[in-house]
Write a protein that binds this ligand. Structure first.
Ligand SMILES: [Zn+2]
Ligand SMILES: [Zn+2]
Length: 135
């Protein structure tokens, strides 16, 4: 179990991560939502998620595909993604995890839609989309 929080500290959560499912996602949705070249997401056990503070501050953005992106309405920090039915999948923006972790991303995913101006770093595999069997 790790602890995480947003930039302003209003939202705090705890969750059980699945370290072997840690990815750098280069998809255009993640890039826009985070204002970054890519975002490191780690999948987590959906039923382990507990918002320990600031539940009311969490806002959700739903995309056309039905995915939900949760963020802090006070500071704008992107916290996590999930399916409308949270049990299908839950992924956490690793940069919001406060507990030190001893694992690293295992692959670059969705490089099909990566930024033309960014080259993913070497040393881990690259996948055009999300490898099968991840969800
Ligand atoms: Zn916040
Ligand atoms: Zn993405």
């Amino acid at each position: 179990m790790v602890q995480g929080s947003c930039l302003c500290g209003q939202v705090k959560y705890q969750v059980e991560l699945i370290p072997e499912k840690t990815f750098n996602c280069h998809c255009s949705y993640c890039r826009k939502a985070h204002g970054a070249a890519f975002v490191t997401l780690v999948f987590a056990k959906a039923d382990s998620l507990k918002i320990t503070n600031g539940k009311d501050a969490i806002k959700e953005h739903k995309n056309d595909l039905g995915g939900v992106r949760a963020f802090c309405s006070n500071c704008g920090t992107r916290l996590m993604n999930y399916a409308p039915d949270k049990n299908m999948y839950l992924s956490i923006a690793l940069s919001t995890v406060d507990t030190p972790v001893n694992f690293a991303p295992v692959a670059h995913v969705n490089i099909e839609s990566k930024a033309s101006w960014h080259e993913p770093y070497e040393g881990i595999p690259q996948f055009k989309s999300l490898p099968e069997g991840v969800l």
